[in-house]
Design a protein around this ligand. Structure first.
Ligand code: CS2
Length: 500
């Protein structure tokens, strides 16, 4: 997509013509050598991990990036035509600044040229593969973190013995097999998705696929591949047509891969590497012994608040989180739930005050320059809810504490799912791996919110065996679902004590 219609596209040739208020790479792009591969060159990657590498290139490190798309993306071809260049704009309310990122030196579409991406996996200069696949790209069972062996893509990859892969775990095992056959050394695979213990989940799915194809390969991976867990943070909504047009007008050139995000960024990586890597610390990345605390705080506070505000915000008719966070009932509710039910059970992270962190997150959401649609955040909630709402609920249960707020938020998701069904008025389309199941449930139960809620709560891959088989919990969440769906959303939310 391009909004401007200038007729010329961003490319190396165009760089000397850049207006002075747009920052350009201050290094020789042709001197960069591919040292990092990235799977899934989406907006978040272009605005986060690629920017860190661009900082390092500016400091004189000569590490370039190769981007691989697994799913056949038109954007990859467009970006290749742009010589891998794209603009990254950081914005807060009315202020914004644009910089052109130059570290992407190679782009390839695995579906179109599998040989190229597999050879990159075996390239001795490559020591790190980072990835942003979204939660569902790991093909795992959210409740257990293990490979979903019934996943259609995994079944296909295994049936074809990884000769032509369609999933990330399948591709990684095929690439690692290539590396092993070429007699190359180890590799570090870094998940940059919002999944708890994302390194462990990645390891589970990679080893799960390897064990089913070749046990010797699984043993080699165990010895040669590291899977550090990470915490990544920057809000990068899908760019709007208006923002895209403004950025292109600022540059005077078309840029099909422009991204826009907030100024804040953070990246914490577990100190576990199997090969040489970029000196990310120089660009502010924290390399720590144990990332679990950082990750839990981020997923259970920032991402949970995001989900609460966007699910309930969508029910109240808000378009974006910046609108939802300005509703005192909703923000009061989110603040109260997190302060009372989530924060008391968070691990201690030295130097981090959870209450202050929550406030910072709410301030970040209020950024008027970000048009982060509630429906975008609500997408794939079945894959997100465990780390954001269910694990905090489990922590309350373990401590013998009631969790009416978290239960209301979970009911909020069920109502969000219901409102996508014909029986409940089909207000919007549900985009989620459980969409077909939710539709089938709604066809069975009709416009009966109590029955719909109970059937959704019985989905074991989402709720686990513990929560999905707790009748008292089902009674409470079904009751809250009915209140919310009867249009009592404002009362049900505002009626929840909002004192922090
Ligand atoms: C959001 C995240 O879409 C979502 O689920 O909660 O993408 C969020 O913006 C990032 O994790 C912020 O780091």
């Amino acid at each position: 997509m391009s909004a401007g219609g200038f007729g010329n596209s961003l490319s190396d040739r165009w760089l000397p013509l850049v207006p002075p208020d747009v920052q350009v790479p201050a290094y020789d792009r042709s001197a960069l050598r591919i040292g990092v591969l990235h799977l899934g060159v989406g907006a978040f990657h272009r605005c986060h991990q690629a920017e860190y590498l661009d900082d390092l290139a500016t400091m004189g490190e000569r590490i370039g990036l190769a981007g691989i798309s697994l799913g056949g993306s038109a954007l990859i071809r467009t970006m290749a035509a742009q010589d891998g260049l794209y603009s990254r704009t950081l914005a807060r309310d009315d202020e914004s600044r644009t910089r052109i990122i130059g570290v992407l030196r190679h782009l390839t579409d695995h579906a179109a040229s599998p040989e190229t991406s597999l050879s990159l996996m075996a390239d001795p200069r490559v020591g790190t593969v980072t990835m942003t696949l979204t939660e569902k790209g790991y093909c795992h069972i959210p409740a257990t973190g293990l490979l979903d062996e019934n996943h259609p893509g995994i079944r296909q990859d295994l049936a074809l013995r990884l000769t032509r892969t369609v999933t990330a775990p399948g591709f990684l095992v095929a690439g690692l097999a290539r590396r092993r056959a070429a007699g190359r050394g180890g590799l570090t695979l870094i998940s940059c998705d919002n999944i708890p213990r994302n390194g462990t989940v990645l390891r589970n799915v990679v080893l799960g696929v390897a064990a089913q194809t070749d046990p010797a390969m699984a043993a080699w991976i165990g010895d040669h591949v590291a899977f550090p867990s990470t915490m990544v943070d920057r809000i990068v909504p899908a760019i709007t047509v208006a923002d895209h047009a403004r950025i292109e007008a600022r540059m005077g050139v078309e840029d099909a891969a422009a991204v826009l995000g907030e100024p804040f960024r953070q990246w914490v990586i577990e100190n576990r590497f199997a090969a040489p890597r970029p000196a990310w610390e120089r660009a502010g990345v924290e390399i720590v012994g144990d990332v679990a605390g950082h990750e839990q705080v981020k997923l259970r506070v920032l991402n949970a608040a995001h989900s609460i505000l966007s699910l309930l915000g969508a029910l109240r008719g808000y378009e974006t989180t910046a609108e939802a966070v300005r509703d005192p009932d909703l923000t009061g509710f989110a603040r109260s739930v997190l302060n009372r039910e989530t924060l008391p059970h968070l691990p201690v992270v030295p130097g981090l005050d959870p209450a202050a962190y929550l406030q910072t997150c709410l301030d970040r959401f209020a950024n008027r320059a970000l048009h982060h649609r509630c429906h975008q955040i609500a997408t794939d909630t079945s894959q997100k809810i465990r780390q954001r709402l269910l694990d905090p609920l489990r922590a309350c249960r373990a401590a013998g504490q009631e969790a009416p707020g978290l239960e209301t938020a979970i009911a909020g998701w069920i109502v969000y799912l219901a409102r996508g069904q014909a029986a409940f008025g089909a207000s919007w389309v549900i985009r989620d791996p459980v969409a077909a199941e939710a539709a089938a449930i709604a066809r069975d139960t009709g416009a009966n919110p109590d029955a719909f809620a109970r059937r959704i709560l019985s989905l074991v891959p989402v709720f686990g065996t513990d929560l999905s088989r707790d009748p008292a919990l089902a009674d409470r969440i079904a009751r809250r679902t009915c209140l919310l769906i009867e249009g009592k959303a404002p009362k049900a939310v505002a009626g929840f004590d909002t004192t922090p």
